[in-house]
Design a protein around this ligand. Structure first.
Ligand code: FAD
Length: 484
């Protein structure tokens, strides 16, 4: 890596850091994106509900309320540019008791205040006609056409890939351990490099207060709020067409029934304050709360259909708003406390931060043109003719690696070429291992392909980076027990 002074270093390659790096790649700047994990998006951004919220669940008082709706509107063009899984499936927030009705009124008011069209009050009959599986106890609901589902990890990978194609440097396995300002510029230290830059963007998610402390900026503490999610068998595809929300509580949107982009039904998330920010355990209490709540909306749901479960932790701060802005440390910008709806707001946050950099004196010359990225092949969605043509041209598309999700060797090798270095990295890019058998069939083949293509021993292949070894021939190795 060059020793010359970078314009910007972005710390954290979750959806927020990735979106910022991608936005900055549109300008003639030198930018480096650093993450401590083995791949981008391995923090909270891989473990959420994957919903692009409709904007009417928040008012205009808070920054997150304003950025949510702006962000929502930017996802279509991002998807056109980068080609990740995204669909505007719409949502229904349903009232089950008279006491819920004021919450529906508030949603309509929020929509009117933000000038969001198409958000409408629906009667019981309209809801039951659109969603026959919804409880007969429903009394009314609010429909929004704007709410969408997205594959959040695909979005992160797409943003990073496009940023790199347009001169951003991305470095994984690079935890920032020290920050120092000498009066003119910053020195950013990781175990393997030191880097000089004019501006530092703190997009470190759950690590944001640690990064701020390194820069000599204090004043906020990150608190973890964990959310458990439960994925159900694809045989339930089409059980619901819209995302079903209960009426919200003060701390959470409640347990949702989500038809994911990939065709599974996902239930969750819970919202539990945790002192251990690295806690991503799922619990029997969480499972029973999720199913009890979800069955109030859709009574036929059953724990028997669970194929996977995971948890992610929201990085919250006091006041529950986003904390985005310059600090007393010159050129150090916080993008912290990005809890839900951070995924939704990410593209708007990226533009907001770009404006802050410009206001702080960074010259922003737009590049005359941008290098596009090639969309990954999704073999299962091709027509039979297209599949045959591809398989004739490249033998690797004749070999099915993941039977549940119909993923070919060609797609797995392409994902490795695009930067996957772990089994989870392959799973999030290709869906190999995400189906009913959860990698029982394909994990070994994925390990073999990673080993061959990266030129490393099979025992060095990990699930998600150092410590998560999968093949036991090391004296210090423990098999991973993670089921996510
Ligand atoms: C269960 C759950 C469900 C959710 N559902 C939704 C939803 O449906 N819609 C929505 O809009 N939002 C949702 N959210 C919120 C959303 O997931 C977050 O707002 C978003 O992912 C935050 O992104 P981030 O980039 O700030 O954090 P992260 O994805 O955690 O990224 C931060 C990155 O910083 C890196 N990092 C930390 N410390 C260092 C260091 N010292 N050096 C280098 N790198 C470092 C980490 O490795 C990590 O990759 C949900 C959250 C949870 C937990």
């Amino acid at each position: 890596m060059s020793n010359s002074l970078q314009d910007v270093v972005v710390v954290g390659a979750g959806i927020i850091g990735a979106a910022i790096a991608h936005e900055l790649s549109r300008y003639d700047l030198s930018v480096t994106l650093l993450d401590g994990e083995a791949e981008a998006g391995f923090g909270t951004s891989k473990a959420n509900s994957g919903i692009i919220h409709g904007g009417h669940h928040t008012d205009t008082e808070s920054l997150k309320g304003r950025l949510e709706w702006q962000g929502n509107q930017l996802w279509d063009s991002l998807c056109d540019e980068l080609g990740f899984g995204f669909a505007r499936v719409g949502e229904l927030t349903v009232a089950l008791t008279e006491a819920d009705l004021p919450a529906l009124d508030r949603l309509i008011e929020n929509a009117e205040e933000k000038d969001i069209s198409g958000v409408k009050l629906w009667s019981r009959d309209q809801i039951r006609a659109a969603e026959p599986q919804i409880t007969r106890g429903v009394i009314a609901g609010v429909f929004s056409p704007h709410t969408a589902v997205v594959n959040p990890y695909e979005a992160v990978f797409g943003l990073v890939e496009a940023a790199v194609a347009n001169t951003v440097t991305f470095m994984a396995n690079s935890p920032v351990t020290d920050l120092h300002h000498d009066g003119n510029s910053w020195t950013v230290t990781t175990p393997d490099l030191t880097l000089g830059c004019r501006f530092v963007i703190n997009a470190a998610g759950l690590g944001a207060s640690t990064i701020a402390n390194m820069a000599g900026v204090d004043g906020f503490e990150i608190r973890g709020r964990k959310g458990e999610e439960y994925l159900l068998d694809k045989r339930l595809r089409h059980l619901v067409r819209h995302i079903i929300y209960p009426c919200p509580t003060p701390v959470s949107k409640g347990t949702l029934v989500i038809p994911t982009y990939d065709g599974t039904i996902m239930l969750g998330p819970t919202a539990d304050d945790v002192s251990d920010l690295s806690d991503t355990t799922t619990t029997t209490v969480g499972e029973s709360n999720v199913f009890n709540d979800a069955r109030r909306l859709v009574p036929s749901l059953s724990e028997r259909d669970i194929i996977a479960q995971f948890a992610g932790t929201r990085a919250t701060i006091e006041g529950d708003d986003f904390l985005i802005g310059p600090t007393d440390a010159p050129g150090f910008i916080n993008v912290a406390g990005i809890q839900s709806p951070g995924l939704t707001a990410a593209p708007a946050i990226a533009r907001y931060v770009t404006d802050l950099l410009q206001e702080a004196g960074l010259e922003m010359d737009p590049k005359p043109s941008l290098n596009p990225i090639e969309r990954p092949v999704h073999f299962a969605s091709l027509t039979t003719d297209e599949q045959r043509t591809l398989a004739d041209a490249d033998e690797r598309y004749r070999h099915v690696v993941c039977r549940c999700e119909f993923v070919t060797e060609g797609e797995v090798c392409d994902a490795i070429e695009r930067g996957a270095t772990t089994v989870d990295g392959l799973k999030f890019r290709t869906r190999a291992g995400m189906g009913r058998c959860q990698g029982g069939f394909c994990a070994t083949r994925c390990i073999e392909l990673l080993s061959a293509d990266l030129g490393i021993e099979m025992s060095e292949v990990t699930k998600r980076g150092p410590g998560s070894w999968l093949v036991l021939d090391r004296p210090d190795a423990e098999p991973t027990k993670d089921r996510s």
